[in-house]
Design a protein around this ligand. Structure first.
Ligand code: OTU
Length: 541
């Protein structure tokens, strides 16, 4: 792979976090930018290179900030624009980049544009009347699927004031912007510039497949949408070419590849098809699903990379699997129907792994060594649990568990003022699962992950070496085995997907190996992996 023109994000490890959930600095029960700033040292200690802040703009929070009511300001409980600048400065002092969320597809219904657009008596109606997608009936674009299946009966909703229907791919409180209107396109480019000017090193472009609508199509991945995204890229390249455009197109590999263009569109996209297959492979104790999807994954243009992840703030989406695979995944990982949401599973990583630290680490071994830029989700590094009694995906977004003091050290506010309850029950209670306890324990998940991240960073072959499959047990795929090779660095990775010991043969061709995680020397020949054990072995010549 090309190493000369390596861009900062191609090697980076990212942490996704929700400001609301991280640390409350002023005792109002809500996390805020100052709170995050007080934790920059902790974030640095994880070894991450970049932080993705989930939406921080003003919003009625019907979709947790993905329903923006003002693209040029900060949600009141999180602080001010100055707090944002201070936070960016603090991250930059620690050499950590900051990614801000841009939601181009829709706004909140409370956005002034929509308020003007829906009301013919509004003084600015003429200016904004075509900012959204309006129609006289709800018959248009019948081939577009409904994404939020659990709550939305239709992609159209009727607006009394305007006397027309408006189009929305997500909640009805999130009307879609009309990209056929050049003014809307320009607004979005201006908003991109606004956040770059404030110091953002990258922008996560939310839900890009849905920007345009065309009759007779499913209204996803349209050529017009790609044309606009290319325009955004050209603008960013001209304005500040170091800024990362990270797109979130939840699509099959052959459709996602279009979002990279010829290296002239988005620089990174999440690998949505790979993610569920990591969980499938573990449950099936068979590497086949991973192999198949990587075979279907095209090479990327230069300067581009995949964002890889295990979990995020959304449900573990099963949109990019077959209906049969989805049924099976639900049975295995979401036996309680209440754990299911839309076409996915609303659970965190640790509970999905039955709290088994061996399985949690094994999944991170896959995440950190298969290539791409890995994303961690806040709290998963200590094995936080979820609270499925909370509505929608909120159970995955509970306060960060810092220690075993009041409110898990998240906030000084009275318990009832917290934006969401701290997890205070069961095996994931903050009294048992928290940062302070794990800091003190060298064998904790937190400390083991820190070590794995450090090893991954010290060996660039993990990020950008060539990838080739190896066989460990003849004729069987119970161990995910592959080589990562970069120049003279040659690493063999073995991941035992099973709950049993597996004996196989280490290839003799490389002489001896060093275990990168323990530093121990390993002889070639027969080797037994313990249940869920993984090894990162570098050839020592
Ligand atoms: C994204 O979601 C965000 O991550 C969600 O938190 C928002 O609710 C949503 O946009 C609306 O702004 O559109 O192309 O399948 O991947 O809902 C992907 C689950 C999206 C998510 C999907 C997603």
């Amino acid at each position: 792979m090309e190493t000369e023109k390596l861009r900062w994000y191609q090697d980076a490890i990212f942490l996704e976090l929700n400001v609301r959930a991280y640390k409350d600095s002023n005792g109002d029960g809500w996390g805020d930018l100052e709170g995050v700033r007080s934790k920059v040292g902790y974030i640095k200690s994880l070894g991450v290179d970049a932080v993705w802040l989930q939406p921080i703009m003003p919003s009625p929070l019907n979709d947790d900030g993905y329903d923006v009511s003002d693209f040029r300001n900060i949600f009141h409980a999180y602080g001010t624009i100055d707090d944002f600048k201070n936070l960016v400065e603090a991250f930059h002092e620690h050499n950590i980049k900051v990614i801000v969320e841009i939601i181009p597809n829709h706004t909140s219904e409370e956005h002034p544009w929509f308020q003007a657009s829906r009301d013919p008596n509004h003084p600015e109606y003429e200016k904004y009347k075509d900012y959204y997608v309006w129609a006289d009936n709800d018959k248009g674009y019948p081939d577009a699927r409904i994404i939020f299946l659990d709550t939305e009966p239709s992609n159209w909703s009727y607006d009394e004031k305007r006397g027309q229907y408006f189009w929305h791919r997500f909640f009805a409180s999130q009307p879609d912007l009309n990209y056929d209107n050049p003014a809307v396109q320009q607004e979005m480019l201006d908003i991109v510039r606004f956040w770059i000017d404030l110091g953002a090193d990258g922008l996560r472009i939310d839900a890009p497949p849905y920007l345009f609508e065309r009759e007779g199509t499913n209204c996803e991945n349209l050529p017009e949408t790609h044309a606009f995204l290319k325009r955004m890229r050209a603008f960013v390249d001209g304005y500040n070419p170091d800024v990362l455009l990270l797109s979130e197109a939840n699509q099959w590999p052959e459709d996602v590849i279009e979002y990279f263009g010829d290296g002239d569109e988005m620089m990174m996209n999440f690998h949505f098809p790979l993610m569920p297959r990591l969980f499938m492979a573990l449950a099936a104790q068979d590497a086949e699903p991973i192999k198949k999807i990587l075979e279907r994954t095209p090479d990327l243009p230069e300067g581009c990379t995949w964002g890889t992840f295990l979990r995020c703030h959304d449900e573990l989406t099963l949109e990019m699997v077959t209906p049969e695979e989805r049924e099976w995944m639900w049975q295995v990982y979401a036996p309680d129907p209440n754990q299911r949401r839309n076409l996915g599973i609303r659970r965190r990583l640790a509970p999905l792994m039955d709290g088994d630290i061996r399985k949690i680490l094994l999944m991170h071994s896959l995440l950190l060594t298969m290539g791409g830029a890995p994303f961690l989700y806040y709290g998963d590094e200590i094995g936080m649990g979820d609270d499925i009694r909370l509505f929608d995906r909120n159970g995955l977004r509970t306060p960060m568990q810092w220690d075993d003091s009041k409110n898990a050290g998240f906030s000084d506010a009275p318990k009832e003022k917290l934006y969401a309850p701290v997890i205070d029950f069961g095996e994931y209670s903050y009294t048992k699962v928290n940062v302070a306890a794990q800091e003190a324990d060298p064998s904790s998940l937190l400390n083991q992950l820190r070590h794995l991240i450090a090893v991954r960073k010290a060996n660039p072959a993990f990020a950008r070496g060539s990838f080739s499959w190896r066989e460990f047990v003849s004729g069987k795929q119970t161990v995910v085995a592959y080589d990562r090779i970069l120049d003279s660095e040659r690493i063999l990775v073995l991941n035992n997907l099973t709950d049993r010991q597996v004996t196989g043969a280490l290839p003799e061709d490389n002489g001896k190996y060093i275990d990168l995680v323990t530093g121990k020397q390993i002889a070639t020949g027969e080797l037994t992996l313990q249940p869920y054990e993984f090894l990162w072995l570098i050839s020592a010549g």
